[in-house]
Write a protein that binds this ligand. Structure first.
Ligand SMILES: O=P(O)(O)OC[C@H](O)CO
Length: 385
């Protein structure tokens, strides 16, 4: 498989389980590693020293010690808070460790290319993807109630073979041919149609900078065809114009369109402010906007009618320009129900932003929205969006 190349097909007969928040998904992931017999592959953007990484390293080195082949592919920037002692422990524990695009002066803007994927594959038996990183923000067993709100999905079935192909290709390429050396596509990829009436259908949708963006094209296609509902969650709301326009058009034709976004609990206030500049037009078109109150909302998940897309992609123009991303797309009644319930609970714990509320925002907020919005626009046009 060429890394910037083919679109993955749909395949049936898969089973999914949505796992909500670190205290739910990390123990399941660790248990899966504990039961590995042949192979564990891990590709993660964010990996930092702490209790969470400690548990993960212990599970990985224990697997390697009993003869399991363990490979870790971490992003060269996302893991900068993973100290040398932990890296040494991994390597001395028999784990093959690679880094994607470590920072270097000579790369200049190309330092912005990041491997943002979050994938764990264990044998051919179970795989996980979602939005989390291996850091204490997502799970600290000693501090149970304080976490970034995110989801991972556990996957079983033939789709694991496609995830394995994606991982193997990236593992092989990461030390050789950088993504920017691949030619830009002449036209958008040809996406396979969603099969009708099956259970457990799934597809690996991925992005590789501007060279391959099937996550975006697929999302846009589903937004355009939506009939009943569109629920979309992202922590960094800077969607490409194509996505914004599709959301507004859907709302105008009567589709229930609801966004789940961050509140003041965010790790990046400037990005939140920059995204706010899109609120008025979306609200006028009939899009409902909810800001999640209990924690930092970090999940990236879309439900369009019964089609689900969830994984690493924030659906924002920055991620889609520079990053490697990977999402599960699924059409499966059980998963759609789990995702819809997750959204319903989160909407109930959110503050809905209305146009009236928007018009009465403070002067300081207006200045922030204006400044950060202008900066986002200016940098994007400088980079030739
Ligand atoms: O890039 P994400 O969406 O995985 O989020 C990670 C945060 O940016 C860490 O600050």
């Amino acid at each position: 498989m060429r890394i910037a190349g083919p679109v993955m097909p749909w395949c049936g007969g898969n089973r999914y389980e949505l796992l909500i928040d670190g205290p739910a998904f990390f123990p399941v992931m660790l248990e899966a590693i504990g039961q590995a017999r042949h192979r564990v592959d891990l590709e993660f953007y964010l990996v930092e020293d702490g209790e969470c990484a400690e548990r993960m390293i212990a599970a990985l080195t224990a697997a390697a010690a009993r003869g399991v082949r363990v490979r870790c592919l971490f992003d060269g920037f996302g893991c900068y808070k993973l100290g040398q002692p932990q890296r040494d422990r991994l390597v001395q524990g028999g784990i093959a460790l690679r880094f994607y695009n470590p920072l270097a002066w000579r790369l200049r803007f190309r330092n912005l290319h990041r491997d943002h994927r979050k994938i764990l594959l264990v044998d051919d038996s179970i795989g996980f993807t979602g939005g989390a990183g291996i850091t204490d923000e997502f799970w600290n067993p000693h501090n149970g109630d304080n976490y970034w709100h995110d989801v991972m999905v556990a996957m079983r079935g033939p789709i694991l073979e496609h995830w394995q192909r994606l991982f193997d290709a990236q593992w092989a390429h990461c030390n050789h041919r950088p993504i920017w050396d691949f030619p830009l596509p002449q036209r958008p990829p040809r996406l396979p149609d969603v099969p009708f009436g099956s259970q457990g259908m799934g597809r690996v949708a991925y992005a590789a900078a501007r060279q391959h963006r099937d996550i975006l094209h697929s999302l846009a296609r589903h937004l355009t065809r939506a009939k009943r509902r569109i629920y979309l969650a992202t922590p960094y709301f800077l969607p490409p114009g194509k996505v914004r326009r599709a959301l507004m058009r859907a709302a105008r034709r009567g589709v229930e369109v609801r966004l789940l976004l961050t509140s003041h609990h965010t790790d990046n206030p400037p990005v939140r402010y920059a995204g706010h500049r899109h609120y008025p037009r979306l609200l006028r078109a009939g899009v409902r906007i909810h800001e999640y109150q209990p924690h930092f909302l970090h999940m990236k998940m879309a439900l369009v009618d019964d089609w689900v897309s969830l994984g690493s992609c924030n659906f924002d123009h920055w991620n889609l320009r520079w990053n490697l991303e990977a999402n599960l797309e699924a059409v499966d009644p059980e998963l759609a129900t789990q995702v819809a319930s997750c959204f319903s609970r989160d909407f109930a714990e959110s503050r809905e932003i209305t146009l009236e509320h928007w018009r009465t925002r403070s002067l300081l907020k207006r200045v922030n929205h204006g400044f950060w919005g202008w900066l986002d626009r200016s940098i994007s046009s400088f980079m030739g969006r």
